[in-house]
Design a binder for this molecule. Sequence first.
Ligand SMILES: Cc1cc2nc3c(=O)[nH]c(=O)nc-3n(C[C@H](O)[C@H](O)[C@H](O)COP(=O)(O)OP(=O)(O)OC[C@H]3O[C@@H](n4cnc5c(N)ncnc54)[C@H](O)[C@@H]3O)c2cc1C
Length: 657
Amino acid sequence: MATWHDFLKSEGTPPEWPYPIRYEKETELETDVLVLGGGIAGCWAAISAARQGAKVILMEKGDVSRSGAGGPGCDHWCNVPANPLSRVDPDEWALRMMEAEGPYSNGIGIEIQCREDYDTLLEMEQMGGKIRDTDDEFVGAEGRDEKTKFMLSPRYGVTPVNYPHPDWQKPGFNPPEERNNVVLRIWGSTFKPVLKKECRRLGVEVLDRVMATGLLNENGKQGARVVGAMGFNVRTGEFMIVKSRAVIISTAGSGQMWNLDMEHGGHSTMYSRNECGDGTAMAWRAGAVLTMMEGSVPYRIASGLKHKWYTGGCDASYENVQLVDNNNKKLPAPTQGWKDGGAMFSLAADIVAEIREGIKKGRYELPFYGDFAGMKPEESKATWNLMLSEESTTRAMVQSMTEGGFDPTRDQIMNYTYMEFQPSQQYRDAARGGGIMVDWDLKTTLDGLYAAGTSMFSPEDHSFAAATGRYAGRKAAAYIKSVEQGAVCRGQIDAEKDRIYAPVRREEGIEWKELHNGLCRIMQYFAGEFKTETTLNIALEEIERLEKEYVPQLYALDPHKLMRSVEDLSLIQYARIMLTAMKERKASLPELNFDRLDYPEAPKEEKDKYLTLRLVDGKVEFDRIPIRFWGNMKEQYEAHNADYTGVYKPENEERKG
Ligand SMILES: Cc1cc2nc3c(=O)[nH]c(=O)nc-3n(C[C@H](O)[C@H](O)[C@H](O)COP(=O)(O)OP(=O)(O)OC[C@H]3O[C@@H](n4cnc5c(N)ncnc54)[C@H](O)[C@@H]3O)c2cc1C
């Protein structure tokens, strides 16, 4: 018995598929703006384009109400320097964040985030999202402002991230005690459902359970203007063609290339399972420029291979909880956090080294605990009932532990960071870093195509995705005023149908999981921590073998498995692009976690440039673009947004018929 399919077929009792099967049947739609991916960036893009009067279609692989990394929630609205409690100037803060993120940051997106994040948050409140402690649940907790009822985050202070300094890792370094108040704690589990509701209220046509698979270039010519996209319904298999005057890609990036873990929490609880590089791969095939594709990072928290719960005393949402050892001895040394709370970013190298040494020498006894009991009750409640309850997947853990009797004012939680210690280098992520190149309009290098959120190169977090989505929607809605609908090409549609339906046109073969695992093995062995010309050549040869020998055997029994199969094709393409970039980059760049043993140095002409690549007539063209290519962030933002009107005023709404 070769596969599960074979078993089902031989037994003659495959479970009945609950939806009608309509493979190959076509539905054609037309719109002004088509948004691909209804996560955080996509919803905001759709809403903002619709508010500008555009007719909008939103295509989402899952269900918009909870899909994507931000679907279940979020507890930190980061980088909101325009909030009334902030003590910093938004433009200065943007500059500082851009610098702090290192040479390969996204200054365009960060400036947009710092300028428009507060407006975006207020619009979230207008829609019904909860952003303030209006029920007075957390009175007495530090960071709660009585007047605005905003809950500042413990991330108020100076950190290695927002205050880059060469001496951070030197013992005894004393950073300035500067309070910035740029991060707010919010009730992010309320956000996604209200975003979907607002889409519907504005007349956005929401296509849930439709996977976008390919872009349509004008007259089918690669590199030409983008005039729509194709996809299929992951329940019925029906093919969708959407013609549109502008397309926004917000399908996020790609995880899962180094690891497919069916037993633990899937690939990673830090990214959505739907993030398979589909959008990046389709932009590539259409001829868009990508960058930073050589970078990858080892899994940190929350993958199937690391403990899921945040680790306390240093990590998001649990960062203000002091870590103690088995004898209740405090671990060193918070670099920030509430006065009597714990630490954040205590993962600074010197502190990690000190704790590690302390374990070896018996100064600290394992296991360690997050000391909720040692906090002021107001603080532990805010951490438990707001931060951990709102931050996405941690909500389920809060629920089950509460049901099991955990009391955050009395108990401690075991911490696993220092037992698991360093991540395994062969399990890596590409999900944040590489992506689509954009300009100050968040337009890609292709006419008619925009990108937002994690789909862009060097993305940030939830509020970055929200603010850039909102911005891209506005810009796409302005663009369509100057263009007519472009001509699509039947040949491009037929070729896409052949590509995606191949697995259901076969009677037998291999399943998506086998193919996916094959890809992961290649990446683990030949594109792990260390790379050389030889290992990268082997990886590319192996990818070619996958494509030639195994992709033609890919077989899907139902539309869901077809979705997973087509995702594999995106992942393979994404991996090939990454390996191609890794081979071209003949330098080691620690900022991208990119270590080429055969080129340990980084000459200036490599270090100071983004490596870009694009597909032209089947061949890869490389280029190098200077870092900070966006110019003066404040000036450029202002030059491109003289007409920006701030927070949306529902009374001015231009409703379409
Ligand atoms: C556990 C967890 C906690 C987090 N906590 C915070 C936090 O507190 N603060 C913070 O700032 N950030 C947080 N983040 C990160 C934040 O959620 C992401 O930065 C944000 O969701 C990125 O938005 P996005 O729109 O780029 O991607 P997503 O929100 O992931 O949206 C991408 C969407 O595209 C869809 N899609 C993918 N492929 C296709 C396709 N081919 N066709 C159609 N649709 C497709 C997906 O289904 C998904 O809905 C957290 C993330 C996780 C997982």
